[in-house]
Design a protein around this ligand. Sequence first.
Ligand code: ARG
Length: 455
Amino acid sequence: MALWDGRFSGGPAEDMIRFSESLSVDLRMWREDIAGSVAHAQMLGDVGLLTAEEVKQLVDGLHQVGEEIAHGIYVPGPEHEDIHMAVEARLTALVGEVGAKLHTARSRNDQVATDVRLWLKSRLGDLRQALLELLSGLLDRVERDGDVLFPGFTHLQRGQPIWFGHHLLAYAWMVRRDADRVQNALERMDECPLGAGAMAGTPHPIDRHRTAALLGFARPVENAMDAVASRDHAIEAVSACAIAMSHFSRMSEELVLWSTEEFAFIRMGDGYATGSSIMPQKRNPDAAELVRGKAGRVFGSLQALLTMVKGLPLAYNRDLQEDRASLFDAVETTTACARILSGVWRTLTVNGERYEQALQGHFLLATELADFLVTRGVPFRESHHIAGKIVAFCEERKTDFAGITVSDLQSFHPAFDEQVHAWLDPKAAAERRRSFGGTSQHEIQRQLALLRAVS
Ligand code: ARG
């Protein structure tokens, strides 16, 4: 028997029941569903729509349903379309007739919207914590290995010498913004839809502010139609997840690359590397590869949600039931990835020797040569051209900058002098970059302090 059987003479077809159920996905929100119903019952009592005795029966009954689900005594089955129906059915079985009064002044449309927001409020809190933990893992790593010098890359070609801490802090700022985005989303979604009814509100004298307060929301959603029809809070949450995953995916790609024998900049900790069932020498960076791969799933969830609401007329349409599979998966996947990456960063080892080797040759200091001339009054465009010519000269002679003399350099420009050799030291080059946000240790320490203050 369906809840709408008053209007229908036959029940739904078997395949329709299976096709249309959401219980398999939204069972996960049983705690939220019960909390919503408890608050609703209390509010109905507060405004006089239920007697104190009825409220007590309902609240006790709802807590019992919760206990039963928690302990596997009540296992909602496929005969219930969704968690709201499953809870109400069990409640009515336990408390009898009064159970049927609970649905006064609400509909499943505002129930589901409330449950999803409650679920998000708690799980986005977990995600934010996981992001802050990743941030602190990165900052610890800056403290440990931030003074290892290595080449910064552009186009995956060695570019300029930078401190490893500078590279790590770039990621730390991204993760910090990811945590902020989650926080912003949390603050915006902190409004309670319950009591909106199907879309138009209710003729009964309910107190939506009271329900909102009981559930820990900052306020009720202002408009009843908006309350049941909107999913931008879910889209915003998944969008924050997708952006975070794009950052995770970039750092994972570098972790994979750096742990190859060719780079060998890092070695993954045993706990996060895997071996091969056939090639005994293997030490594979699976954790990073999986994170990189899962980014695609989360981006897909964002696309699914945006497409779900595109062109959807107001107010509730059953399409909206599709939100949870994508939403739950995106939030849980992103949280899991943040946690795994924290572990990866905390346990890997940095191969300082390889970093040093990577600094040799390759004219990593060509920009320095140009900047040296700038300090002697030569315009940068001109000095860049001269430095390029010197690189070509060295290449022809099969040497690097260390292999040419000051008089060689002077044949390219008379402003070169003896000080150029000290100038061409990679550490000195990194340390000279004290401009705001530059790679110098001074700037690394400044950013570290700023980021520590929030994590
Ligand atoms: N199972 C539905 C969902 O999860 C509940 C809302 C149903 N509302 C309705 N008018 N059919 O979205």
